[in-house]
Design a protein around this ligand. Structure first.
Ligand SMILES: Cc1ncc(COP(=O)(O)O)c(C=O)c1O
Length: 394
């Protein structure tokens, strides 16, 4: 029997409890119960090492290859173009560091373009590359949070080898014009990567439509577990230098014994996303609109950060001038949302993404991110609106 997904707050089979309403789907998603069901045999009976030359190994290997086909199927790729990794951080690192070194050692150049609002994994990887002698251009974004393809074209140089522009931003949810940027990149011989971590749960991610050479997918943003991710590498794209070497797994691109159960979970999540995405997306968008409507009616001074049109259906980044994010969070313990990006809440500096779209430190401190997803219910939305409005009108 399929698990009910729309009338419960989280996918747990446990009775309703007093857990806060979860509104942080860009930080992480709960695991879909169907994903857990698919994984369980690979944590118990089918525990073999895919490299082992016996029946246990063969069973595990077959499961990994089946998951590879499922992940490829989600993004319009071929199975052999998928490399499994342990995280989005690792996929981005393999795509950027690995490819940059391959291209520089074949004498192609050492200039890389990213945007100012890339995830900290990409920013930090590029800081390291800069230290290793690469030149990095960090493109500004418009006030609506979008990269202008013309600005990208102007930044491209004869020695530009690689570009990385994320598909959808994890803080403000803006969806970038990747296909237009990829076209420009390819006209100039630039290898194009996109970090699509935030995409598959609610928007189509197709490597042909996007025109990218490299693409990052992340399990825990699409109802699979944490600690499993993938990198798509287009056929014919220069192979990135492996960042983990040893056992030769993943065609030598990523050594380590495979996380078989996690990979099976990612495959199952990809399969579910293929069919669930349109209905999830429509429902989530209607919930977001309802929440925004309630909030703007009660709090007319509220500002939505980033384009509302080119945006993930389940994301709201809101600046509420009358209250700081930390005040709002402490006044609404029954809600779980985030101040800026959950990836660096320990850092008191204003979010670089909010700064890049023109917010000053004060506005950034008054900004919250609400993330809606597969298990959000209409009563969660009503509850969240009531509590946030009450907390801001104190
Ligand atoms: C856009 C984006 N890229 C990469 C990552 C990093 O993924 P992971 O946590 O698996 O390293 C995240 C997670 O926050 C993300 O939102």
């Amino acid at each position: 029997m399929p698990h009910p997904v729309t009338n419960q707050r989280t996918p747990s089979a446990a009775p309703p409890d007093d857990r806060p309403v979860y509104l942080d789907y860009q930080a992480t998603t709960p695991i879909d119960p169907r994903v857990i069901d698919a994984m369980l045999p690979y944590l118990t009976t089918h525990f073999g090492n895919p490299s082992s030359d016996h029946a246990y190994g063969a069973k595990a290997k077959a499961a990994v290859e089946s998951a590879r086909s499922q992940v490829a199927g989600l993004i319009g790729a071929q199975p052999h173009e998928i490399v499994f990794t342990a995280s989005g951080t690792e996929s981005n690192h393999l795509a950027l560091t690995g490819t940059a070194h391959t291209l520089r050692s074949s004498g192609c150049g050492h200039h890389i373009i990213i945007s100012a609002i890339e995830h900290p994994t990409t920013q930090a990887t590029c800081d390291q590359l800069e230290h290793d002698g690469f030149e990095i251009t960090r493109l500004p974004v418009r006030p609506d949070g979008l990269v202008d393809p013309e600005v990208f074209a102007e930044a491209a140089r004869p020695d530009t080898v690689l570009a990385s522009i994320m598909l959808a931003n994890n803080e403000i949810g803006t969806i970038q014009p990747i296909s237009a940027i990829s076209r420009i990149a390819h006209e100039r011989g630039i290898v194009m990567h996109t970090d699509a971590a935030q995409g598959p749960a609610t928007i189509p991610v197709d490597v042909e439509a996007l025109g990218v050479d490299l693409l990052t997918l992340v399990g825990h943003k699409m109802y699979a577990p944490k600690g499993v991710a993938a990198l798509y590498i287009r056929d014919g794209c220069p192979a990135p230098q492996p960042q983990l070497v040893g056992g030769g797994q993943e065609r030598g691109l990523r050594a380590s014994t495979e996380n078989v159960a996690g990979i099976v979970g990612l495959g199952a999540a990809a399969n579910i996303a293929r069919t669930a995405q349109p209905s999830d997306s429509a429902r989530i968008l209607s919930f977001r609109d309802r929440l925004l409507d309630r909030l703007t009616t009660a709090l007319p001074e509220l500002i939505v950060n980033g384009s509302l049109t080119h945006r993930l259906p389940g994301n709201l980044s809101l600046t509420i001038p009358t209250v700081t994010a930390s005040e709002l969070m402490s006044r609404t313990p029954a809600l779980a949302f985030s101040a800026g990006s959950a990836c660096h809440t320990a850092d008191p500096a204003p979010s670089p993404v909010l700064v890049a779209i023109g917010l000053d430190g004060d506005k950034a401190a008054r900004t919250v991110r609400l993330g809606i997803g597969r298990y959000t219910t209409i009563s969660d939305i009503a509850n969240a609106a009531d509590r946030m409005i009450a907390a801001t009108q104190r």
